[in-house]
Design a protein around this ligand. Structure first.
Ligand SMILES: [Zn+2]
Length: 243
């Protein structure tokens, strides 16, 4: 604990010296991230219904672990679970927990590449350390907070466990799309799946708004997102970018 505090204070000083170049996620260690995620996952699983269907869980876990092999982040263990909720969404917690809503599985039955694409996008949020960035930014804003205390861990876990409150910025979405497309492209799934899925969302929302409200809040979908993801995939396929 003392070592952690020393590291964090050191990082905070380094950040203060060069604010422009400081990355907020550098203030949060992987072990802190995992601690917050574990705590949040326990809350999620006591608060929301968890689907125990072995076949469905095998499908999601196999898909997730296949994609994880291509993740840029291998210092954590990834866990995939299904929430028995009719809404169409998927969420991730700090440290490697990914929850797929049953509504998303039902909605992507015709093309498993769509489900794989959304899972790959969630892996992207974790790989790019977006949760740590969110936590680090707040920690840095409250400059007196030099390290995450047990209370902070609990507070952040409570926040992440409220799945309907999670909001990613467009910048986070662009980055997760890019990583998701890359992981799907490198795996045996078609990278078009995620893009097609997001492209169809607007129309689907019109038909059944209540099921799609959450995904639009958590991962704001824009025409620009789809355009960028398509361009990125075209570059990958043409060899203009290294995977
Ligand atoms: Zn997202």
């Amino acid at each position: 604990m003392r070592k952690h505090a020393a590291i964090s204070i050191g990082l905070l000083m380094a950040c203060s010296l060069a604010i422009a170049g400081c990355k907020p996620e550098s203030l949060v260690s992987t072990s802190q991230e995992v601690e917050i995620g574990r705590n949040a996952s326990q809350q999620v699983e006591s608060k929301y219904p968890v689907n125990k269907d072995p076949e469905l869980n095998r499908l999601v876990t196999t898909m997730g672990q296949t994609l994880v092999q291509y993740s840029d982040r291998q210092d954590i263990k990834y866990t995939f679970k299904i929430l028995d909720m009719k809404e169409v969404n998927a969420v991730s917690l700090p440290g490697g927990w990914i929850y797929v809503y049953k509504g998303l599985i039902d909605d992507t039955k015709d093309d498993p590449n769509e489900l794989a694409g959304v899972i790959a996008h969630e892996i992207g949020h974790i790989a790019a350390r977006h949760h740590a960035e969110m936590i680090g930014r707040e920690t840095f804003a409250g400059i007196l907070v030099q390290t995450l205390t047990r209370g902070d861990v609990r507070q952040w876990a409570n926040l992440f466990a409220n799945l309907h409150l999670l909001r990613w910025s467009r910048k986070h979405e662009y980055e997760s799309d890019r990583l998701g497309v890359k992981y799907a492209y490198q795996s045996r799934y078609s990278a078009e799946g995620m893009i097609n899925f997001f492209e169809k969302l607007e129309q689907k929302r019109k038909d059944d708004p209540s099921r799609f409200e959450q995904i639009f809040r958590t991962h704001p979908v824009t025409a620009e997102r789809i355009k960028r993801a398509r361009a990125f995939l075209a570059d990958l396929k043409a060899g203009r970018r290294d995977p």
